[in-house]
Design a protein around this ligand. Structure first.
Ligand SMILES: [Zn+2]
Length: 311
């Protein structure tokens, strides 16, 4: 009976996945002409924040920021907004690009900008490796942001001079293995990439490491800053308070999961006992790559790996 159920579930999933891919293809060609492209400029105490996004109607979803300080750019935005990102780089005569991590909404225009203005591109060693060839993304990532073209980048130097003071890149893994934050102590600014995102998180990627994120958030709190330049939801002030809130949320979540796991409670039951909620629409569209059950799995994975290391 169970085998029949899982077979019919598999067929249901396959049939709907094919329908979704077909629908995306139709949508791609029918809406291409009337997509609205958004580019909005904000000033964060001398740092220019360009918000890039697109929509067919209503406000754009999943917008991405790239930041400019003099001739330095932090992250390059999604490749669907390549024309706009290249124009920003050209207008500011960008010479150096610093990437927080390899994900396509951050590195999406690095290759095009490098080619156009001959800028140096820097990031973590893993980012360099990831970007040396085209990396795989899922259909939802392709439609939301677009692919990132491969390029040669350099491993970032310890410090970089900017118009607002020295900028230091610090490895803060968790969201991804190669994640870096950039700190300008003199200006009280932290470019946090995808380390922060929100005080409370509703979705986790399948490859995220909650334990490493908790440690990174703790490490970030030892730095001096007030302006938190997140790549999706920047905070002009009280940046550390927002980091503290996210840290508290993740610690509570991690603690709750592990307490139950240690008692032998299975992951699905942990999810239900903690009253966690799943947005099945998002989970389905993202092929399970983005969901709340990923948080439970990530915490257990981190805990078990650490236990083995210590044992
Ligand atoms: Zn990311």
């Amino acid at each position: 009976m169970q085998a029949i159920n899982s077979n019919s579930q598999g067929l249901f999933f396959l049939r709907n996945t094919i329908k979704l891919i077909f629908l995306c293809k139709v949508l791609k060609y029918s809406i291409k002409g009337w997509v609205m492209r958004l580019i909005k400029l904000y000033d964060f105490n001398g740092i220019k924040g360009y918000k890039l996004g697109w929509s067919v109607f209503g406000p754009p979803l999943m917008t991405v920021y790239c930041y400019v300080i003099g001739d330095v750019m932090v992250d390059t935005g999604q490749s669907h907004l390549q024309k706009e990102a290249c124009r920003i780089a050209g207008d500011h005569h960008i010479k150096h690009i610093y990437l927080t991590h390899h994900h396509e909404d951050h590195s999406g225009n690095a290759a095009a900008i490098k080619k156009m203005v001959n800028a140096g591109v820097y990031g973590h060693g893993i980012t360099k490796e990831k970007l040396s060839a085209r990396f795989k993304i899922l259909p939802y990532q392709k439609y939301a942001w677009g692919k990132a073209a491969p390029l040669e980048i350099e491993v970032l130097p310890q410090k970089t001079q900017t118009d607002l003071g020295d900028m230091t890149g610090i490895h803060m893994p968790g969201h991804s293995k190669d994640h870096i934050v950039y700190h300008i102590k003199k200006a009280g600014v932290l470019f946090s990439g995808d380390l922060y995102l929100a005080d409370r998180i509703k979705f986790f990627r399948a490859d995220e490491d909650i334990g490493a994120q908790i440690q990174s958030l703790k490490n970030v709190l030892t730095l001096d800053f007030d302006t938190l330049l997140c790549s999706h939801y920047p905070k002009r002030e009280n940046g550390k308070k927002h980091i503290e809130k996210k840290l508290g949320f993740l610690e509570d979540l991690y603690g709750g999961i592990i307490r139950l796991w240690d008692k032998g409670v299975p992951e699905r039951q942990i999810f239900n006992t903690l009253g966690l909620k799943e947005n099945y629409m998002i989970k389905y569209i993202c092929f399970g790559n983005v969901s709340m059950i990923n948080a439970v799995r990530s915490a257990i994975r981190h805990y078990e790996t650490n236990k083995q290391r210590i044992g």
